[in-house]
Design a protein around this ligand. Sequence first.
Ligand code: ZN
Length: 294
Amino acid sequence: MRKRSTFRTRCVTLPCLVAAVLGAQAARGSETPLTASSELSNEIVDRAKVDVARIQTLVGEGNLPQSSLELAEARLADVKDEAILSETLYSSLKLGDLTAEQQAGMLDAAQRRFERQANLVGERQKLLAMGAIARVEMRSVETELETRRHVLDLAHDRIRLIEAQRQMALEEQNLEHALESGTSRKAMLKFEGNGHFYSSDFEAVAAAFEQQFHYPLPVTAHGQTRLHQSLGLDHRGKIDVGLNPEAPEGIWLRRLLEERQIPYIAFRAAVPGAATAPHIHLGTGSSRIGLAQR
Ligand SMILES: [Zn+2]
C-alpha cells in the first residue's frame, strides 16, 4: 500500500513532478536492487517463453485447449513489457540518457500493461454479472489495474520531466549562441562565487532546501547526459534545479548559494525565440556554455 500511495501523486508543477518521479524511483529501488531487478525480469521472461513452448506442444497433442496457449502468450507479452519498464522507468538511468526509442518503448509498455489488465477486469465483470464468480474475486484484478494505472501516470510524468530537462538544456545552448552573437542576456543572471562547485556543496544545499521546504530539491539534470552531449554542452559536474529563480523557493536558493559562495547561473526567462524554461544551473558555466557578467 505504501508503494501505491507514492504513485498516486498527480502534479501540475515541476518541483512536484520531479518529487513524484524520483520518489517512485526511490521507493522501487529500496525494494529491489536495480541489477537484481533486471536479472529477475529476464529470468521471468525466459520462464514465460518456456511455458509457451511447453503449452504449444500440449495444445498440438490435443491435451490442452487453444485458450491455454493464448493465456500463456498474453502472460509472455506482459512480462516482456514489465522487463521494458525495469530497464527504463525503474532503472537508475539518468533522464537525459534515455533514448527516444526507450522513452517511446517505456510509454507503450506501460500502456499495454494497463490495457491488458483493463480487458481482464472487463471479462471478470461479465462473469460476476452472470454469477459465475464472487465479488471478492474481483478485488485482486481491480487492485492490479489501479497499480498499472499509476505506473502509466508515472511513465507520462517521466516523459514530461524529460521534456522539461530538454527545454532547460536548450536554454543553456541558446545562452551560448547569445554570447557569441552579443545578444542581450537580461534573461540570465550569473553568480561567480568562489569558482568551485563540489559534490559536498550540493549535498549541503540539497539538505538545507529539504529542511526549509519539506520536499526534495527538484533536480532535473545531474551532470552530463546523452541529451547534453547531443546539444554540444559540457554539463559535467553541473546540476540543474527546476525552480524559477524569481519564485520564493528560487530566491531562497540563490541567497543560500551566494552566502556559501557557490557559483550558479539563473535562467530567469526565455532567451528571445526560445521556449521558456526557467531554472537554476549550479556550478560554473562550461567553456561551451560561457559566462556573462552579472
Ligand atoms: Zn545546466
